[in-house]
Design a protein around this ligand. Structure first.
Ligand code: GTP
Ligand code: MG
Length: 198
């Protein structure tokens, strides 16, 4: 059984003070609201309703932790850039996600999702800048909405603009799921090596 398929919900944090104490290596999923972060976690774990998804942007408002046994954790971050939530809620988002991304020593890497139909929006670029030092994998989500030719052109363009791996991804057709899973398992294996045997 693959590590990712062991995912089990562990805890939610609405405030920085609620973040789980640091434990095993973590992989966080970040990106604009509605881009498909929670769906990607479900696709990678091979489960339909592990992480809650919704047509309405702003579904995930807490940081949700999923245990992969005792080896690792997946972390579903609330989406950014959803204009319709109140200013105070947006400020709270920034504080919560900022506190997480800035302080987490166990962060093995960040999966950044961008909508394949319009990648590299100003907000995406801001997030990438913010994550400059972190290990990243960019997923071009909802790739099923593009033709093969559009997919190829988008992959080339985004790959030339960002450092790190870029994959076409679809939670619907499962395009890119295996490739992404392999990469994330490599990250976790390397993080475990650095940490040494327990
Ligand atoms: P927030 O929690 O609001 O930040 O959103 P999210 O990034 O977690 O997005 P979520 O996974 O909830 O998906 C948002 C919507 O996009 C849902 O209606 C999903 O069914 C749809 N969706 C997600 N992934 C894909 C995909 O690969 N292809 C298509 N066509 N739709 C997708
Ligand atoms: Mg979500």
């Amino acid at each position: 059984m693959s590590l990712l398929s062991q995912a089990q919900f562990r805890a939610s944090a609405a405030l920085p003070a609620d973040l789980l104490p640091e434990g095993p290596p973590e992989i966080a999923f970040a990106g604009r609201s509605n881009v498909g972060k929670s769906s990607a976690i479900n696709a990678l774990a091979g489960r339909r309703r592990l992480a809650r998804t919704s047509k309405t942007p702003g579904r995930t408002q807490t940081i949700n932790f999923y245990d992969l046994g005792s080896e690792a954790r997946l972390v579903d971050l609330p989406g950014y850039g959803y204009a319709r939530v109140s200013r105070s809620l947006r400020a709270q988002w920034g504080e919560l996600v900022g506190a997480y991304l800035r302080s987490r020593a166990v962060l093995a890497g960040v999966v950044v999702l961008m909508d394949a139909r319009h990648p590299m929006t100003p907000l995406d670029v801001q997030l990438l800048d913010w994550l400059a030092g972190a290990r990243k994998l960019v997923l071009l989500s909802k790739a099923d909405k593009l033709t093969k030719a559009e997919q190829k052109a988008t992959l080339q363009r985004v790959s030339s603009l960002v450092e790190g791996d870029v994959c076409l991804f679809s939670s619907v057709t499962r395009q890119g799921v295996e490739e992404c899973r392999d990469l994330l398992e490599q990250w976790l294996a390397q993080a475990a090596e650095i940490k040494g045997p327990r």
